[in-house]
Ligand binder design. Sequence first.
Ligand code: 26Q
Length: 819
Amino acid sequence: MAESTFDKKAFKSEIVDNVKLLFRKTIEEADNQQIFQAVAYAVKDIMIDKWMATHKAYELQDPKTVYYMSMEFLMGRALGNNMINIMAYDEIKEILNELGLDINVMEDQEPDAALGNGGLGRLAACFLDSLATLKYPAYGCGIRYRYGMFKQEIKDGYQIEAPDNWLKNGNPFELKRPEYATEIKFGGYVRSYNDEFGKEKFVIENYRSVMAIPYDIPIIGYGNNTVNTLRIWDAEAIQTFNLDSFDKGDYQKAIEEQNLARNIVEVLYPNDNHYAGKELRLKQQYFFISASVQTAVAKYKGKHDDIKKFADKVAFQLNDTHPTVAIAELMRILMDEEGLNWNEAWDVTSNTCAYTNHTIMSEALEKWPIELFSKLLPRIYQIVEEINRRFVEEIKAKYPGNQEKIKKMAVIYDGQIKMANMAIVAGHSVNGVAKLHTQILEKQELKDFYEMMPEKFNNKTNGITQRRFLLHANPLLATWITDKIGDEWITNLEHLKKLKPYADDLTFQKEFMQIKYQNKVRLVKYIKEHNNIDVDPSSIFDVQVKRLHEYKRQLLNILHVMYLYNKLKQNPDMDMVPRTFIFGGKAAAGYRIAKLTIKLINNVGNLINNDKSINNKIKVVFIEEYCVSNAELIFAAADVSEQISTASKEASGTGNMKFMLNGAITIGTMDGANVEIVEEVGQENAVIFGMSAEEVIRYENQGGYDSMEIFNNDEEIRTVLTQLINGFYSPENPELFRDIYNSLLNYKCSSRADTYFILKDFRAYAQAHEKINEMYKDSARWAKSAMLNTACAGKFSSDRTIEEYVRDIWKLEKVEVKL
Ligand code: 26Q
């Protein structure tokens, strides 16, 4: 580990200088936001030297580099993580103390960089941390949205979306790089001609264009000198126009280009696992991909003259299908600008690109109507057409006369371009994000592709960075662990297994649970300040935080709370450890049933939290504005981790890993990475319930099941469902929750009743909760299980995941950076 050369005195005076330089103030006069900025710039100053050294080392050694292409990077706050990774967190904490300041208050001044929706975007952020820590050359490539994920306010129980103006005070960590601006062309038409050697050439004419301007954000490794770059692109109009000198046509065009530029990067689409088919979304995709691919090619050409060997130096990882237009863009550049023929360009593209699949749900698969796509990207469309034509020939050769195969696998079919199919056909690797998910891809969703090209398929079970989700989020536990087993776990999480022998020790169990209690008190304070709800830290904290989605089944959870409440009302002496059911998460702005579920959770909470007769045995809290920064508080405070998706639907999940790492016990289905969590921690230290993925898929193939039968035969379930429509939780409007009721019981259009098997899994879920209750009563048993969850979380480090990507897909070498 690099030793810290941190100079406390110099750093302190740099803070004072920065306040003066930036705000013309003394420390005493500056407000917290200003001091935060001053500290951030001082930290950046330390990182800049390492950033330059890294750049120099990469220039000199010319290593192979991965470009992680993603529409989303859900970074959260940077200051805390950066102070940790430069190994100066405690020193800076002391300095701030000496100045009469609290490091937590300073960190709270920083807005989250919420350039992502949920799991996929946060995974990208964890990967960047791991890549730098493991000393691999890497770029993140994305979009600098002016507005990130919307801010969620809860008013009268309803979600209200507010804009996230995250850049309003500037971003101290970013660096604008106008010298690397590139032009991006949209629309127009393709003209072809023969050049002097008779070769067919293509040019686009009459296009509109915008400039892509990069902003670089330093990504520093833990305890080393590696600083990689997250490059996010802003859009600007080509010329700021001059009213006098434009004739009418140019004036129109100039205005249009202003608008195009403004619109492209204006806002992140707030959909999670749902495709909407909006033209602006395709513009965003091509915008950042064209800029990133052009840059990668230019960088390569700065050092090499043989473009055919591009893939020896460059790997593109496509984070879902959102960046797959990179395939056609690279083909275009290689052929139209670098003069390669189709086969040569195809070889390079195929060896460069690899695709990660994050979902099997059909509503999330991106398909673009030919009409829309070809108008916006005419040359790119020609290339996609040719990719399709050649691939369909291959299918026909392999499966003569088999129209089904073409229907399923063609890149263009029925007037639509299927981005996943293009990514699979063109790339050299297709990976799922957990073992079960990859199996389902191979055996079900992508079966035909798997049969045709099995060598491309591989699994990379997701992971999370322990630097943020343990070291930063849970300093008490982190320190305790380091006291027991040393600090190697920070860069090699498998070391946590050395905690196993401590799990049976009563003293250690007590200490562990004492830390959990203090973290619960910290969260109680947050909830009081932000929600004004009183919560008892000695109750069981049972937590479900994640995006709102029907498949994630927040509805199952709240229906079970309603059921428990009914039982308690009938039998107030019921043997039950007091429980606080904590929810958090955002619903896509247009997702009606998900938003209604938020309202239901809040109404249920309102009634139950104010019912004195149940003796505070149940509390229900919906935490407003779930985001990376408050997630860090929430994971550290959880006793129970709710991972209850309909089996087969959650590709992996990563929240499940964050809970486990912080010593929460999972109540969950055999879905996604839950399967591997149970494998690691043992069945006795998790509570698993419900249908298997195989059963779910079998029922789906039969067209579903009859939820009415359950309704008719199970009185307690019937009572709960009836409370959705008799005004029990909405006396002012008894019909309020009718749509939820209908989703469980009525066939609607072509979709089955209870698509996500909520009623079918309900009894098993209730039993699982009884088991949790029993386990918790035996405090030694609980403490042991909780500790074992932490001790067995080693596999779920994103460091492990990245090493697997490097070994199987990217083939990178580590680069030592010296200062
Ligand atoms: C698509 C088209 C138009 C607009 C938006 C989108 C869109 C945006 C975000 C589609 C999907 C997403 C996000 C998906 C996602 O977060 N998937 C999750 O990825 C995690 C990391 O692999 C997994 O752990 C989760 O299981 C998976 O749901």
